[in-house]
Design a protein around this ligand. Structure first.
Ligand SMILES: Cc1cc2nc3c(=O)[nH]c(=O)nc-3n(C[C@H](O)[C@H](O)[C@H](O)COP(=O)(O)OP(=O)(O)OC[C@H]3O[C@@H](n4cnc5c(N)ncnc54)[C@H](O)[C@@H]3O)c2cc1C
Length: 381
């Protein structure tokens, strides 16, 4: 959807084809997301390969600026709500940052971007300020102002914006390899190029066997100030793979003025969506969150739904934003451009990836040969 926006703004005619759209009764992954903007790598599951990580940082910074512009130019509530808010986000650590070289480096990079990323502050006092229970064992913290998205509202708004910009919507499921049916699809939709933004379906459509899910879940509770002090800031603890446990992540984010979401879990290669609030892994997730907000154990579930679960679309060697490198049967360059595998950072990277998609489509128009993403110069921050 964000790629479509960027292409429409460059004057392209865009048809968006999908088998499902944002729907509160049957949510797509982009609605389940915690949707807190994070500087890469994100708190859940890491994308650590150096070059793609460098790309991701550039994409995240572009997205930050555009989300911020959405809020500053359109206001928060004037007209149709877009669901984006600039919120204080606090990140906590169980040792001083100096004991986590990666985390220290990340913080120092964030500080070097203070002309764009607002509200930077590092202090262990944030632990006390937020009344975080000692048993959570936190020793260091920093905060920044981060875009946070009410995904249901935002995805509907995105649909509306794209309609206004002239996009055509087609509801259909594509089966099999895109490359094998490229010419037929391009001709059927009278299209010059095709963007594959299908998340986990890239396993089938791009024949990419390295695509896999990282199951996640969020509990939704009422945040009206009656059962615990109303929270307006995000609180998070990074999932650290070096611990050898998947259960160290805390992710508490106000979804909007009324709902607080509690996460998170990171379960690689788990396709089943069979979790409930009583599943042990979800109970443990809730207990980790309870230690972070006094009184949270008394919180009432949201009336609409208590738990959302979804599959973050990961990929072995990181996010893929590149042209199809295989040639068509007649030896000509493919006109497929991929953007998938954004994992737990689909919102953080969205506008940045969309900008790259425009450049890649322009390359096709200029009859340039496709290049591997790793070989394209990244904007390193
Ligand atoms: C629990 C959880 C927490 C998360 N937290 C964050 C966060 O804090 N910050 C962040 O940035 N990201 C977060 N994410 C990640 C984010 O949700 C994803 O990276 C993002 O939604 C992926 O977007 P997408 O458009 O690629 O995929 P999707 O939202 O899945 O969209 C793909 C679309 O393609 C369509 N499609 C698929 N296959 C086909 C087909 N064969 N034919 C036709 N149409 C097809 C689908 O119907 C769908 O509409 C989180 C995800 C989860 C599950």
């Amino acid at each position: 959807m964000t790629s479509a926006w960027a292409l429409l703004d460059q004057g392209y005619d865009v048809t968006i084809l999908s088998d499902r759209w944002a729907d509160r009764k049957n949510r797509i992954t982009s609605q389940i997301a915690g949707a807190l903007w994070e500087y890469p790598p994100a708190v859940c599951g890491k994308h650590t390969d150096a070059i793609p990580l460098c790309h991701s940082k550039g994409w995240a910074m572009t997205s930050y600026k555009i989300f911020e512009e959405i809020v500053t130019k359109l206001g928060e509530t004037d007209g149709i709500d877009h669901g984006v808010r600039m919120r204080v986000a606090n990140f906590f650590f169980d040792t001083p940052l100096e004991a986590h070289p990666d985390q220290l480096e990340k913080w120092e990079e964030i500080c070097s971007l203070s002309h764009t990323i607002k509200g930077l502050k590092r202090s262990a006092d944030l632990i006390q300020h937020h009344s975080i229970d000692q048993k959570a064992g936190m020793k260091d913290a920093y905060q920044l102002i981060s875009p946070a998205v009410d995904t249901d509202v935002y995805m509907m708004w995105l649909h509306f914006v794209l309609s206004c910009k002239g996009a055509t919507f087609v509801t259909e499921r594509i089966k099999g390899s895109l490359l094998d049916q490229e010419e037929e699809l391009l001709s059927r939709f009278d299209a010059y190029a095709m963007i594959n933004a299908t998340g986990l379906s890239a396993l089938e459509l791009a024949g990419d066997k390295t695509v896999y899910p990282l199951r996640g879940a969020i509990i939704r509770v009422k945040n009206d100030g009656t059962k615990f002090p109303k929270l307006t800031e995000a609180l998070a603890v990074t999932h650290d793979e070096t611990y050898g446990t998947d259960e160290d992540m805390v992710f508490i984010v106000p979804r909007n003025d009324n709902i607080l979401i509690l996460g998170g879990i990171t379960e690689p290669h788990e396709w089943n969506l069979n979790l409930t609030v009583d599943t042990p892994v979800i109970k443990r997730m809730r207990e980790r969150c309870n230690a972070f907000v006094p009184g949270l154990e008394n919180a009432e579930y949201d009336d609409e739904t208590d738990l959302l679960q979804g599959l973050r679309p990961f990929r072995g060697s990181n996010v893929r934003v590149e042209r199809e490198t295989a040639t068509r049967k007649d030896g000509s360059y493919s006109r497929i451009v991929h953007t998938y595998g954004q994992g737990g950072s689909g919102f953080s990277l969205s506008f940045g990836c969309a900008g790259t998609i425009v450049s890649l489509v322009q390359e096709i128009e200029a009859s340039k040969p496709p290049a591997k993403m790793e070989l394209v110069n990244a904007v390193c921050y």
